[in-house]
Ligand binder design. Structure first.
Ligand SMILES: Nc1nc2c(ncn2[C@@H]2O[C@H](COP(=O)(O)OP(=O)(O)OP(=O)(O)O)[C@@H](O)[C@H]2O)c(=O)[nH]1
Ligand SMILES: [Mg+2]
Length: 303
């Protein structure tokens, strides 16, 4: 207790906060909301995020470096194993964990997280999407977590849709961060570069425009960015597993790829405040999501 009080008197605080939970729990949405910018890719479809992304939020005298992670799930495919390892690494490397549980969820995912958290990193439970449940069901859910209250630091109900829970969450996080000088320029919102952000915007458009397995079996390579003061020229390749997928991605008379390109371009323009000239290509790399070398070429490195 005395430690907590003295640490709250330090002039500045900073630390890494891993944001974890099952696919589709609302992790990336929460971070975009906290930072006030659309930085991380969001999708109705699960397993949208594939890599860690740092999102930096200043609150009071603290610099919170959130680490967005892929949803915790187990699947054989090498890409999915990489995704799980990203979440595990983020937990291992952080000062504090936010475990996100949609308010409708059973506690199975939480129990799995406790098993995964072998280093016993301190964590806060965040009940997300509380707009989707009644007040009564919310109270029942909170009661279900009570037997675990000596495991977590706090339980915070939250809804991005309703705009509820932001300050409670940030205040709680700051309480538990170590005294430290800020680790980054306080103006900085992310350590992720423009290349990676544009790539995620194209991936997000693929998730929005294509169904079934195609979003999961495609990825994006940014081949070239030519940055000018008011215009970015971007060349990117969509990588698919099969020739049949390439045909669907292109669409009749190129209609689908045009739609993906237009949606991505609008997101990129909104973000950069510049005009974007986007050229999209499609290539087939059979087995890319199951092959270590090809995954590494796409920036998914197991290390
Ligand atoms: N109703 C409601 N929906 C939400 C809320 N927050 C997020 N969502 C929706 O939940 C879906 C998943 O959101 P994401 O932020 O992509 O979830 P994620 O945890 O990052 O998912 P992965 O990257 O796949 O692990 C999207 O359709 C969001 O719009 C909320 O507060 N209320
Ligand atoms: Mg995500």
């Amino acid at each position: 207790m005395s430690h907590d009080i003295s640490s709250n008197q330090c002039p500045t605080k900073a630390g890494f906060v891993a944001v974890v939970g099952r696919p589709n729990a609302g992790k990336s949405t929460l971070l975009n909301w906290l930072v006030g910018e659309k930085l991380a890719m969001v999708s109705k479809k699960a397993q949208a995020t594939r890599k860690r992304m740092n999102i930096i939020v200043m609150h009071d005298h603290a610099q919170i470096i959130f680490v967005d992670t892929p949803g915790i799930h187990e699947k054989e495919r090498l890409l999915n194993q990489f995704m799980l390892s990203e979440a595990v690494k983020a937990i291992g490397d952080c000062d504090l964990v936010l475990f996100l549980s949609p308010a409708k969820d059973k506690l199975t995912h939480y129990k799995k997280f406790l098993e995964l958290n072998t280093k016993k990193r301190p964590h806060i439970v965040v009940l997300t999407k509380i707009d989707e449940v009644s007040q009564e069901d919310l109270l029942t859910k909170i009661a279900e977590f009570q037997p675990y209250q000596d495991q977590f630091l706090a339980l915070i109900p939250l809804s991005v849709t309703k705009g509820v829970g932001k300050d409670q969450l940030l205040d709680e996080i700051v309480k538990h961060l170590p005294c430290s000088p800020w680790l980054y320029d306080p103006e900085l919102l992310t350590t992720t570069n423009i290349r990676e952000i544009y790539r995620e915007m194209i991936r997000e458009s693929i998730f929005e425009n294509l169904s079934d397995e195609i979003p999961y079996e495609t990825d994006v390579i940014i081949e070239k960015i030519d940055e000018q003061p008011h215009l970015d020229r971007v060349q990117a390749t969509i990588v698919a597993e099969k020739k049949s997928q390439k045909m669907i991605i292109v669409g009749r008379g190129g209609s689908t790829i045009k739609r993906i390109g237009r949606d991505a371009r609008l997101k990129m323009e909104q973000f950069s405040g510049k005009k974007i000239y986007l050229e999209l290509f499609v290539s087939v790399k059979s087995g890319w999501s199951k092959n270590k070398k090809m995954l590494s070429e796409l920036g998914y490195n197991f290390l």
